[in-house]
Design a protein around this ligand. Structure first.
Ligand code: ADP
Length: 542
């Protein structure tokens, strides 16, 4: 017997319709590429998304055709989020930090038909347009009178001219909720990039689960600053969760430095921010140098790579900001776990609470997790046994776009490539990415643990631990360190700093001071590139 409830497909257009009707006057504020601050409301987002929808229909794109964006976080990008997916086309967010050759490869693989880009990325488009064989329309996100002349880009037009002349009425089509809505290529640290293809259903369910109190706890009382880019995994689904809850949105545009982010938080009274650790590193450095404090920021979600404990305590102790440590990946839309306490933890001391907060957190409803050993058998949830982490759920991929790389699933579970423990309360802690784990004398050393100790030293700005070949132990860890400006620490001092903080055999064999650590397109340390930089390095003990 079937239930007798209405059957409405879960569609992205419903988010902006809801935001317009219930939170029409809530603000969306953007720092623009032009440098000024743009301010309007969800009602305006909805109106202009409908104009985008009309403009796309006029181009006679087919249902499911890909519309690419190469853009910062801003209001026009948000309109494309709703306008493109709402019509049944697929929003393909491209990562401008990738090499132009890789961008061209990805655009061709995705068979993008339209390319919408911020003026900052004109040099990239100039370099790649002749190689992008499927793109028929180029749209630069600017006013009609700002289109640069003589670019050589065929049919280049401004976003405002393209959509501005269109009617603002539009009836969003109703279709199968399993239709594709957006796509994102993984950074491709190994092999060619592969795309996760999100659906309307997966996006809405993910946005709803992400907004729940034990996830990101979003509401109409929030003022949210997503520093995490809209060009990577839909900015963790935050634009969708924001529309679903009516939260005020603040977009940083291209200005991601510590000073600009701090000033935007203060000026717009942001209470909730989201970003990867490297962004907050820059902001904390800026605040410390000027002895600054926040007046409104209350919580920040940090993920994308392990958040060093020193950062969690700095936010908490110096600035009164609660850090929500979160974990996920492109293939998971991306949210998997968020670290929030349970009722029984409320009576714990601050120090004991902090021990829990350092973990990556509990699986949110919808995400099932397990850890397995080398034999593929389940490992216990005791907080000690570590193994490969596998996940399944309605916003986790079943296949990559075009079946690239074959089926990624093992008995219905997606192997994350991460190594983790899970404790009896369900808190997951990432030990390492499987390819970064250091195998020393039959034991595993977590590169994250080694980095976290170094990061707690007051003179260390950034630290990356990698394994080096060793004749006796197979591999031994070394730590590459960037010092804070004007600060000093010697190799011996830093190695002594490890004493008593980790087991002796987990202390790195050497410290290498470097000017910078290579970062990838999403702000993560690129250990493969660091290994290339250090290819002539020899371990002192080898
Ligand atoms: P890519 O896999 O291409 O690097 P993703 O953005 O999908 O790009 O990265 C997902 C990976 O990032 C995870 O598998 C994990 O290794 C790492 N990661 C994400 N969040 C965290 C976190 N909070 N702690 C540790 N690692 C994390």
């Amino acid at each position: 017997m079937l239930g007798l409830m209405q059957n409405h497909p879960l569609l992205i257009s419903s988010l902006i319709e809801f935001a317009e009707k219930h939170h029409g006057d809530a603000e969306v504020v953007s720092r623009r590429v032009e440098g000024d601050i743009h301010r309007y409301t969800y009602k305006d987002v909805a109106t202009r998304s409908r104009q985008v929808a009309n403009a796309l229909d006029r181009m006679q794109l087919a249902f499911g055709d890909r519309v690419a964006t190469l853009a910062w976080n801003g209001y026009r990008h948000l309109e494309l989020y709703f306008g493109v997916s709402g019509t049944g086309r697929v929003l393909h967010t491209l990562n401008p930090r990738l090499h132009p050759e890789q961008i061209a490869w990805i655009a061709n693989h995705a068979e993008d038909q339209v390319m919408c880009f911020d003026m900052s990325f004109l040099p990239i488009i100039k370099a790649v347009h002749s190689k992008c064989s499927t793109i028929k329309h180029y749209i630069v996100l600017c006013d009609a009178d700002k289109v640069p002349a003589d670019t050589g880009i065929p049919g280049l037009q401004s976003y405002e001219a393209w959509m501005g002349a269109q009617p603002s009425t539009y009836t969003w089509p109703i279709f199968d909720e399993n239709s594709a809505s957006s796509m994102c290529y993984t950074s491709g640290t190994t092999g060619n990039p592969k795309a996760a293809l999100y659906s309307h259903r997966s996006t809405i369910l993910h946005a709803m689960a992400g907004a729940m109190p034990d996830a990101l706890s979003m509401s109409a009382r929030d003022c949210l600053l997503p520093v995490v880019p809209m060009f990577h995994v839909n900015a963790w689904g935050l634009p969708y969760s924001a529309a679903m809850t009516g939260a005020k949105l603040v977009f940083p545009g291209p200005a991601m430095d510590g000073k600009s982010i701090f000033e935007l938080i203060e000026a717009e009274k942001v209470n909730f921010a989201a970003g990867v650790p490297t962004v907050w590193q820059m902001m904390i450095a800026h605040m410390q140098s000027g002895n600054l404090k926040f007046s409104t920021l209350k919580r920040t979600v940090i993920g994308g790579s392990a958040c060093p404990p020193a950062m969690i305590t700095a936010f908490n102790d110096l600035y009164g900001v609660e850090v929500l440590h979160a974990w996920g990946m492109t293939e998971m839309s991306p949210l998997g776990t968020v670290c929030t306490l349970k009722n029984k933890h409320l009576a714990l001391s601050d120090a004991d609470k902090m021990k829990i907060r350092l973990k990556q957190g509990r699986g949110i409803f919808g995400v099932d997790m397990k850890i397995v050993g080398d034999d593929g058998k389940d490992l216990p949830w005791d907080g000690k046994a570590y193994g490969d982490l596998l996940v399944k759920g309605p916003w986790i991929i079943s296949d990559y776009f075009k079946g690239e790389g074959g089926s990624p699933l093992v008995d219905g579970w997606f192997p994350t490539g991460d190594v983790a423990t899970i404790d009896a309360d369900g808190y997951m802690q990432i030990t390492d990415r499987s390819k970064d784990v250091i195998k020393s004398g039959g034991e595993w050393i977590s590169s994250i643990d080694v980095e976290n100790v170094a990061m707690a030293h007051p003179s260390v700005a950034m630290a990356a631990c990698i394994g080096m070949k060793h004749p006796k132990w197979d591999e031994r860890p070394i730590i590459a360190v960037v010092k804070k400006p004007g600060m000093d620490v010697s190799r011996e001092e830093l190695l002594a700093f490890y004493e008593g903080k980790t087991a002796k055999w987990q202390i790195p064999d050497d410290v290498v001071f470097v000017d910078s650590i290579p970062l990838g397109g999403t702000g993560k340390m690129m250990k493969t590139r660091l290994r290339e930089v250090l290819k002539d390095y020899k371990l002192p003990s080898a």
